[in-house]
Design a protein around this ligand. Structure first.
Ligand SMILES: C[C@@](CO)(OP(=O)(O)O)[C@H](O)COP(=O)(O)OP(=O)(O)OC[C@H]1O[C@@H](n2ccc(N)nc2=O)[C@H](O)[C@@H]1O
Ligand SMILES: Nc1ncnc2c1ncn2[C@@H]1O[C@H](COP(=O)(O)OP(=O)(O)O)[C@@H](O)[C@H]1O
Length: 309
């Protein structure tokens, strides 16, 4: 087989409930993922050895400078995992075209890992009797990172455990988003550690999070206003503590008409929900004009996970 190209979406967290720190260094989560139409593409092509090339997708304004183009790239780790599982050598050239903000809290690295899992499986597996089905790829994804399983699955899903144990959530209609990126990254582990520190400071035990019924109802009925009111992220306070300027971005989006606003995951990207497609286009223009974001992206969800194009 010649080259395989996979398109994979970014994510926003509609609910991120952070529980206690576990002995393994992870936190128990209730993590409601929502895949949105900001896509990376990964092409896998037979080669003499594993190699990685990273570039910004056409017309994408993403800075790929901080993305490793070697074995540290999560897509390379995914390729090695599939090769080992199928008993082949990882002789593949991975070409990653990025449009998902880097280190932005939208799981761009996890998305590329998911895309590489799907692309390499398609390249090396037996089409007649595939050894790896989608569930196997979701399981392999969990070995790479907590967000990789969702990037394979897509749609809207509730993740528990580290976030890797997924149940799809019934979602009606389409939701319209505006994402405001920052000119800096935030380290995911640092944001989790700050969340723990702030809780310890207040002598507050970590809650055992549970899925928001209001959120599930808003999703199932396609109620954008209800969804906007139900968005929560336990890491938001920590992200704001590390980068207070994000508060001004959230305030600007709310003042300009967003019906929901929160930091996406560990941040620093800020996510804004609009009532309609037109409202989202207007909000994007207004936010761009307000000069509070490095970049402003429009997207809608839910969209499918990693898909061969
Ligand atoms: C915060 C979230 C929200 O979806 O993603 P981002 O917003 O960064 O994209 C995720 O929990 C990030 O998932 P991911 O980036 O895959 O994390 P991993 O590679 O598994 O772990 C990176 C580090 O994050 C912390 N971590 C991650 C997941 C979890 N349930 N508890 C944690 O404490 C740990 O310090 C861990 O060492
Ligand atoms: N394919 C990849 N795309 C982006 N970042 C990657 C990739 N592989 C490894 N990384 C590393 O992972 C870090 C986190 O990237 P990313 O997943 O985009 O952040 P987030 O999880 O906050 O969305 C980056 O700073 C980069 O060093």
């Amino acid at each position: 087989m010649s080259a395989v190209t996979v398109r994979v979406p970014a994510k926003v967290n509609l609910q991120l409930g952070v529980g206690p720190l576990r002995d393994d260094g992870y936190h128990d989560l209730v993590n409601v993922f929502h895949a949105v139409s900001l896509f990376d593409e990964v092409t896998a092509e037979p080669a003499g050895r594993l190699e990685v090339r990273v570039e910004a997708a056409l017309d994408a304004r993403v800075d790929v400078g901080g993305v490793p183009a070697d074995d540290d790239n999560l897509a390379a780790r995914a390729a090695r995992l599939v090769a080992a599982r199928l008993g082949v050598e990882p002789r593949v050239a991975l070409r990653i075209r990025k449009a998902i903000p880097v280190a932005g809290g939208m799981a761009g690295g996890s998305a590329d890992a998911a895309a590489a899992l799907v692309a390499c499986a398609r390249l090396w597996d037996d089409p007649g009797e595939p050894a790896l089905d989608r569930d196997d790829l979701v399981e392999l994804g969990a070995e790479i990172g907590s967000d990789v399983p969702f990037a394979v699955l897509g749609g809207t899903a509730v993740g528990v455990g580290r976030g890797e144990r997924l149940t799809s959530a019934l979602t009606r209609g389409t939701f319209h988003w505006v994402f405001a990126t920052a000119g800096f990254g935030l380290s995911t582990p640092a944001v989790y550690a700050e969340c723990d520190r702030l809780r310890e400071l207040r002598g507050e035990p970590a809650p055992q999070p549970s899925v928001s019924e209001e959120l599930m109802t808003a999703l199932a009925t396609g109620d954008a206003k209800g969804l906007g009111a139900a968005l929560t992220n336990d890491l938001e306070e920590a992200a704001l503590s590390l980068r207070p300027s994000l508060g001004r971005v959230l305030d600007a989006g709310r003042e300009l008409g967003a019906i929901g606003a929160l930091v996406s995951g560990s941040g620093p990207t800020c996510a804004f929900l609009a009532g309609t497609e037109e409202d989202a286009d207007g909000l994007a223009r207004a936010l761009d004009g307000a000069g509070v974001a490095a970049q402003v992206h429009r997207a809608s969800g839910p969209v499918p996970g990693a898909t061969v194009v």
